[in-house]
Design a binder for this molecule. Structure first.
Ligand code: ZN
Length: 159
C-alpha cells in the first residue's frame, strides 16, 4: 500500500518515491483488452498545510493492451506527470487517518484508472485486420457516409 505517515514529515514536507505492486493496486479490470502486470511508479511530494495535505507528483504505469481493431498486443505508458491531490484533514470531507498514517492507494487507483484508454489502439490510425476492413462494424448512425453517394446516384438517374 502507498501509506504516508504523518510523523515522518519534516518541516511539513514529505517526499516519497517507489513502486506500488500490482496486487496492492488491485484495479479489478473487467476489460480483457487491458492488463496491468508491472508495478506503478510514484514520485510524490506531500505538503502539510493548515487543514489539509497537498500531494503533488507523478504516477506512471505500463499498461499491457490489446488493440481493439487488429488485436495486436502492445504496451502503453499511462502517465500522470502533474498529479495533484488535495486531502482535507478537517471538516465533512476529512480523510480518515489511522495510527498517524494515511493510505493513498484508493486515490491513486481512482485517478490512474481514469487515464486508461477506453478503446486501446496500437496506433491512432490503426487500419485493423485487412480482411475485416470491409465489414468493420459501424456505430449506429454512422451509416450516413454511404447515403449521400447513393442519393447522388439516384439523382443522376432522375436527371
Ligand atoms: Zn491495431
Amino acid at each position: 500500500m502507498l501509506k504516508i505517515n504523518l510523523r515522518h514529515f519534516e518541516n511539513d514536507e514529505l517526499q516519497i518515491a517507489g513502486e506500488l505492486p500490482v496486487a496492492d493496486l488491485d484495479l479489478e479490470l473487467n476489460d480483457e483488452l487491458l492488463r496491468v502486470e508491472e508495478p506503478l511508479e510514484y514520485d510524490l511530494m506531500i505538503e502539510r498545510m493548515e487543514d489539509a495535505l497537498l500531494v503533488t507528483g507523478s504516477l506512471r504505469l505500463n499498461l499491457h493492451c490489446e488493440c481493439v481493431r487488429c488485436l495486436k498486443a502492445f504496451k502503453t505508458e499511462v502517465d500522470l506527470p502533474d498529479w495533484t491531490l488535495h486531502l482535507p484533514l478537517a471538516g465533512e470531507d476529512a480523510v480518515s487517518i489511522k495510527n498517524d498514517s494515511l493510505d493513498l492507494t484508493p486515490y491513486v487507483r481512482e485517478d490512474i484508472l481514469l487515464e486508461f484508454p477506453q478503446h486501446p489502439l496500437c496506433k491512432p490510425d490503426c487500419g485493423g485486420l485487412k480482411k475485416k476492413k470491409a465489414v468493420q462494424p459501424v456505430k449506429s448512425g454512422g451509416n450516413n457516409e454511404t447515403k449521400p453517394s447513393a442519393w447522388a446516384e439516384l439523382n443522376k438517374l432522375k436527371l
